[in-house]
Design a protein around this ligand. Structure first.
Ligand code: SDX
Length: 427
């Protein structure tokens, strides 16, 4: 492989260096393109554009490979736990037992959220979507923790990581408690991180919440599977906002807003709503496949397709297996799971989906497990955000430590040429 790419414009040749990553991915470094040629590239949605080099996550969309810091998602989902994977993503190595214990204890130092934050949540209507409330509360954390994150100071950075991991989980569950008109719960520092999520969500003043290890294990695995996914829409947003040196909370808040979209993290809620609609309409999955294929119909088969995976999404395979196990263990016979499997089977045999390499993605089965665990549909994307939090933190930290420049894409102007101002009376 040559280490130079040659571009010819108007008969003149220009050379640009080629970058090869540790997994042999190839990029053309066009840092000098505009200054040398006057031209820029055009790549709506950045399908062909790399924004950075990164040591955090590697994925191969053709082969269906996903690794965090070199460890396969299959290994981590089976053998690790969410807090350990969070440590791995953020600090780069699997922690020793004492390091993980310290990390968990340091997170516990910051699980109290300023009581005045309750005034903010009280300002929302009961039926406000939890993702909108979460984005606002996350940004509001900046007001109570104004010290901007000085990334060159390891201590400050570590404190910001632990604060974010501790407080985000609590305020995420407050969005549900607000919705239900329940009192807001506090983190219990004697219990584990994922177990706390279920307690924060469902414990009522009338009695203690009884944890089910099957539920905790399933959630832990789901959070691992959502923890990072290189430069997806919401992570790129976190990097972009952080590149202006906005703080960690403000950057994460922007990531929450990006994740909310139904084309991205909001798809897990949209999948369940689609499956329930199919169920309500007699379970006729083929009608929805036809709608998804009809170019006149804006309907897309939610939970199918992916910007990068043009083969199976390895996470979907793991989640589908977990869905069977969790529902069997909990004794849940959910007809929606049957509809999902029929929909998948029909789509994977259908020329339209096959020819476009459309496979189930991470969102297709996750909602079915969340529903079996008693999580309300409107909270599905909030759970995606809880899982993705360590990835957002890790990517933000890497971008700041690497002193990456402020993000500022160019454009090609196609509007009106110069024209003189026209007075109102002459228009
Ligand atoms: C996530 O990027 C990440 O890593 C994201 C994520 C992460 O972990 O962060 O993996 C999480 O966001 C998963 C994706 C969740 N979204 C959905 O499930 C929504 C439904 N999927 C689609 O909207 C779509 O597949 C996207 C947005 C996910 C991907 O869009 P692309 O790659 O831009 O695909 P495209 O728009 O170029 O489509 C190519 C063709 C088009 O048809 P033609 O113009 O060639 O005729 O495939 C069609 C599309 O119309 N198509 C679909 C479809 N997805 C693509 N047709 C029907 N149903 C679909 N779901």
């Amino acid at each position: 492989m040559s280490n130079i790419a040659v571009l010819e414009i108007d008969g003149k040749k220009y050379e640009f260096p080629i970058i090869v990553g540790s997994e042999n991915e190839v990029a053309i470094d066009i840092d000098k393109l505009r200054s040398e040629t006057g031209a820029i590239t055009m790549d709506p949605g950045y399908k062909n554009s790399g924004s950075c080099t990164s040591e955090i996550t590697f994925l191969d969309g053709e082969e269906g490979i996903l690794r965090y810091r070199g460890y396969s998602i299959e290994d981590l989902a089976e053998k690790s736990n969410f807090l350990e994977v969070s440590y791995l993503l953020i600090f780069g190595e699997l922690p020793k037992a004492a390091e993980l214990e310290k990390f968990e204890n340091d997170i516990r130092k910051y699980t109290l959220v300023n009581e005045e934050m309750k005034n903010i949540i009280d300002g929302f209507p009961k039926n406000a979507h939890p993702m909108g409330v979460l984005a606002s509360l996350t940004s509001a954390l900046t007001a109570f923790n104004p010290k901007s994150v000085n990334v060159t100071n390891e201590k400050d950075m570590y404190e910001a990581v632990c604060k974010t991991m501790g407080k985000f989980l609590v305020i995420a569950t407050w969005t549900y408690r607000k919705n239900m008109g329940f009192p807001l719960n506090y983190y219990d520092n004697t219990k584990g991180y994922v177990e706390n999520f279920m307690r924060l969500m469902f414990e009522l003043p009338t009695g203690p919440y009884k944890s089910n290890p099957v539920v905790i294990n399933a959630l832990d695995k789901l959070f691992i599977l959502h923890a990072d996914h290189e430069q997806n829409c919401s992570t790129s947003t976190v990097r972009m906002v952080g590149s202006s040196h906005a703080g960690l909370f403000a950057s994460i808040s922007a990531g929450v807003s990006a994740l909310w979209g139904p084309l991205h993290g909001g798809a897990n809620q949209a999948v369940l709503e689609m499956l329930e609609e199919i169920q309500a309409n007699g379970g006729d999955a083929d009608k929805y496949l036809a709608k998804a294929k009809d170019k006149e119909d804006p309907f897309r088969l939610m939970g199918f397709g992916h910007r990068v995976y043009k083969n199976f999404d390895p996470r979907a395979k793991i989640i589908k297996k977990a869905a069977d196990e969790v529902l069997a263990t909990l004794g849940v016979d959910d007809p929606v799971l049957t509809i999902a499997k029929k929909l998948e089977e029909s789509a994977l045999q259908d020329e339209y989906f096959k020819s476009r390499n459309l496979y189930p993605n991470v969102d297709f089965y996750s909602g079915i497990i969340y529903r079996a665990l008693g999580i309300p549909t409107e909270m599905f994307t909030v759970l995606f955000a809880i899982g993705r939090l360590p990835g957002w933190i890790a990517q933000w930290k890497e971008m700041r430590i690497n002193k990456e420049p402020i993000g500022r894409p160019r454009q090609i102007y196609t509007g009106a040429p110069l024209r003189p101002f026209v007075k109102t009376e002459d228009r």
